[in-house]
Design a protein around this ligand. Structure first.
Ligand SMILES: Cc1ncc(C[n+]2csc(CCOP(=O)(O)OP(=O)(O)O)c2C)c(N)n1
Ligand SMILES: [Mg+2]
Length: 802
């Protein structure tokens, strides 16, 4: 019987409900067929890896009934049924993803960049304009690391809260009075991840409209709930989170994953409280199964008992729905068989079409290459190597572009032996094909191109004639105030950011002026601070998320690396999160307040700009620029710079700094010393000392590690000096090696050098506390002096004896 309440709430009659139910069943069986055939496709060698949503169909169909336009999902690889139901994924798309089809129309989730099962919807058009996400159902780009969908989910939900209470110039694109739900999905085992708990706590504190569904199939690959979760049940474990009449918290619902009606009722209730009252909800969906096991890489018979496997067969949600449909008189068995046969046929047909669409253009390119074979053979006098290359290509099974291009590159090398060969057309074809494929694999790491950055029109800084110097923290504070006035969708948050205006008072008094929605305190939870930023940036806000000290960025480096840094790349620009991370670091005191893990960041965060301003004026200029573009970035302010005096600019919030440009702080013809951040001050002081003994140092502030010296100005300096010292306070082989790699590989400085380039960095250990600790841990003035002096000694031992 359809529950009376459901019928009332839905205001639908039996016929209409029956129609919906049968539609759901159709999607459930189609989705299942897709999983079955997809898995087989991997075993036949056509796909590399397959992970599917079998056994999780029903709850997604129930959830879909309450998922409205403007809502966002942040989920994981089991959610294909939801996207099928929403018309956002076709069976052909699923197979195109299995084959890693590079065509973005056929494989709209990532153009072959991600494994199947990772979903996304476009929030931006091809020209990079925001779409009206309020008029569509949205899926934030999935990633594979378990639990990593959670921090972003917090920000997606928080955006609704912000939009309900804040009018911004562009809110009509993103929200209708903050009525949007952020839907999270996560596997039972992945709730063991710290990020899950961190997100849950933060959402409970913040009271944001989030509905998290846990798809509980008892297992995380082979490890069961017994070894995953307190009390073997996440809803039992979290009972203390349940809101009461007197306290806020979560609404926690437990529902069986095979009980279609109960699922609908659960989601109806969940969506109501979340959407209207902004109460976060946890829906623990139990008794789900994995009919095909975890993924294509193994079988679950290895670790599940016969009893469990038998139970899973009996409680398979699709079979349970099937029996229910018959018992309740929604359909006769013959009708259901018809639906099932149709699904099989249609999935087969889609599979065939997807394979043909994927292989046809590849075979066409192979034929193109073969068309050159006669002319290449005659030009190379029938070189036997050419025959080998062609026959190897011919024997290649599961042909990809790589096989054709690889053959082409081998031929190219061979052709060098035959300078008179007729190979122009062949070479043009190879070049074109290589750049076509390479673009498909490697585009969109950053939202801005080198050209955009070089063309960026800078607004110069201005000063009043009679301004007197003020503390650096005042410069940055006044700049933030100007920015908050200028950008109505700018929000700044982090630990101690709200009430006291950050630990160095760079935001002093701004919460009073702009309210606690825009300048806010957070709990101590760096991963979800980053997640708040990512999620809100995905929904049109401009967040600045503060990480109190650079040393603690390690707590969120995983989410910055896996989620933020790869966002534009993995979605091919369909989604961007122009988040700015504000932090402060480099030298101050002791092991955890002096870190400068720049090498680690540079390597893990490609996709994010990394800016290292030497003082607060430069930092302000970077923030001003970043708010004019949409590229995620990290700005690392100098921890020891807030009390140093700077002349305040008279156009705060307005002046900008070009990204990827160095500055020459003092000119000199003897040696180029490049550095950045706090160490730069040491270099500057030492350069003055060196000048007194006749050594003229050209001091260069890199100030932007990613992007790095786009104009190649350092090369010009080395052309003049022919000597190079790189000074930074990361570990040996850290950022200094990156800088050298950029100079050698990109700026080709090797031939300009008269002597080996030298790298001066900190010690390998963490910086020790106290004055002596600093002196012996980080590069000191004496270290810089001696490093330069030794290089000059090598050039002129008589003038600079040792
Ligand atoms: C951080 C991280 N650790 C390990 C893995 C490998 N891995 C992929 S799925 C999975 C099990 C997840 O189980 P569960 O959350 O219950 O989801 P289910 O697959 O059962 O739906 C593991 C360990 C991963 N992707 N990410
Ligand atoms: Mg599981």
């Amino acid at each position: 019987m359809i529950s009376q309440k459901l019928e009332e709430d839905h205001k639908i009659n039996f016929t209409a409900f029956k129609k919906q139910v049968l539609e759901d069943y159709k999607i459930a069986v189609l989705s299942r067929q897709c999983s079955l055939l997809g898995r087989r496709e991997v075993f036949s060698g056509k796909g590399k890896f397959g992970i599917f949503g079998d056994g999780k169909e029903l709850p997604q169909l129930a959830m879909n009934r309450f998922f409205k336009n403007g809502d966002f999902r942040s989920g994981y690889y089991r959610d294909q049924t939801l996207l099928f139901a929403q018309g956002l994924l076709t069976v052909e798309n699923v197979f195109a993803a299995l084959y890693a089809d590079l065509d973005i129309e056929r494989e709209p989730m990532s153009g072959g960049r991600q494994m199947g099962g990772h979903f996304v919807t476009a929030s931006r058009d091809k020209e990079g304009n925001w779409l009206s996400v309020i008029d569509q159902k949205n899926h934030s780009g999935d990633i594979s690391p378990t639990g990593s969908q959670m921090p972003r989910l917090l920000g997606l939900a928080q955006a609704s809260k912000v939009y309900r209470n804040l009018k911004t110039h562009n809110d009509d694109l993103f929200s209708k009075n903050g009525n949007e739900i952020a839907w999270g999905t996560i596997g039972n085992a992945s709730t063991s991840e710290g990020m899950f708990f961190e997100t849950l706590n933060a959402a409970g504190v913040m009271q944001v409209p989030m509905v998290i569904s846990v798809w509980d199939d008892e297992y995380g690959i082979s490890v069961s709930n017994k070894d995953q979760t307190v009390k073997e049940s996440i809803s039992e474990a979290l009972k203390g989170f349940q809101r009461t009449d007197d306290t806020t918290g979560f609404e926690i619902i437990t529902v069986k994953g095979w009980d279609y009606l109960a699922l609908i009722e659960a989601y109806q209730f969940a969506s109501k409280v979340a959407r209207k009252d902004h109460v976060p909800v946890l829906v623990h969906v139990t008794e789900l199964t994995q009919p095909l096991g975890h993924s294509s890489s193994g079988s679950h018979e290895r670790y599940k008992s016969k009893k469990r496997l038998d139970w899973e067969k009996k409680y398979d949600c699709n079979s349970k729905m099937r029996s229910w449909l018959i018992t309740e008189g929604f359909a006769k068995e013959s009708e259901l068989i018809q639906i099932e046969n149709n699904a099989k046929k249609s999935v087969q047909a889609s599979r065939r079409k997807a394979w043909s669409d994927y292989t046809t253009p590849i075979l066409k390119e192979k034929q193109q290459l073969l068309n050159f074979s006669d002319v290449l053979k005659s030009s190379t006098h029938n070189d036997t190597q050419l025959h080998v290359i062609f026959s190897t290509l011919d024997e290649t099974l599961d042909l990809g572009y790589k096989d054709i291009i690889s053959a082409g590159r081998k031929i190219n090398i061979l052709l060098a032996k035959y300078p008179d060969a007729q190979a122009k057309e062949f070479r043009n074809w190879l070049k074109k094909l290589t750049s076509y494929v390479s673009e498909r694999i490697s585009s969109h790491l950053y939202t801005v191109s080198k050209k955009d950055l070089l063309d960026f029109k800078v607004t110069p800084i201005k000063f009043n004639k009679n301004s007197t110097p003020v503390d650096g923290r005042v410069v940055i504070r006044d700049n933030f105030e100007a920015l908050l006035k200028k950008h109505d969708n700018l929000l700044i948050f982090g630990e101690d950011v709200g009430k006291i205006g950050d630990v160095n008072q760079g935001l002093e008094g701004l919460q009073n002026k702009f309210g606690s929605l825009r300048i806010s305190d957070t709990g101590i939870r760096e991963a979800t601070i980053a997640g708040q930023g990512i999620g809100m940036a995905l929904r049109g806000l401009r967040p600045i998320a503060e990480i109190q000290y650079l040393d603690y960025i390690l707590y969120c480096i995983q989410i910055l690396s896996d989620d933020l840094a790869s966002m534009n790349y993995r979605t091919i620009g369909k989604q961007i999160a122009p988040l700015i991370i504000r932090t402060r670091g480099h030298r101050l005191e002791g092991i955890w307040h002096s870190g400068s893990p720049m090498g680690g960041m540079i390597h893990l965060l490609r996709g994010i700009h990394i800016l290292v301003p030497r003082d607060m004026t430069q930092a302000a200029g970077f923030y001003n620029t970043l708010l004019q573009i949409e590229q995620p970035a990290i700005v690392i302010e100098c921890l020891n710079g807030y009390r140093l005096k700077e002349i305040p600019p008279s156009n705060p919030g307005e002046f900008t700094l070009a990204l990827g440009r160095i500055e020459i702080l003092s000119e000199g013809a003897d040696i180029t010393v490049v550095s950045y951040g706090s160490t730069l001050r040491i270099v500057e002081v030492t350069a003055k000392r060196l000048r007194q003994i006749g050594i003229h140092v050209e001091v260069i502030d890199i100030q932007s590690l990613i992007p790095f010296d786009l104009n190649e100005d350092i090369r010009d300096s080395i052309t003049k000096t022919n000597r190079l010292l790189i000074v930074d306070e990361d570990v040996p082989g850290g950022a200094s090696s990156y800088i050298l790699q950029q100079l050698i590989e990109k700026q080709n400085i090797f031939s300009l050098l008269d002597c080996a380039p030298k790298l001066l960095s900190a010690k390998s250990h963490r910086p020790a506390y106290g004055g002596d600790g600093d002196y012996f841990s980080k590069p000191s003035e004496d270290d810089v002096f001696e490093a330069v002096y030794n290089i000059m000694h090598e050039a002129n031992p008589f003038e600079f004896p040792i």
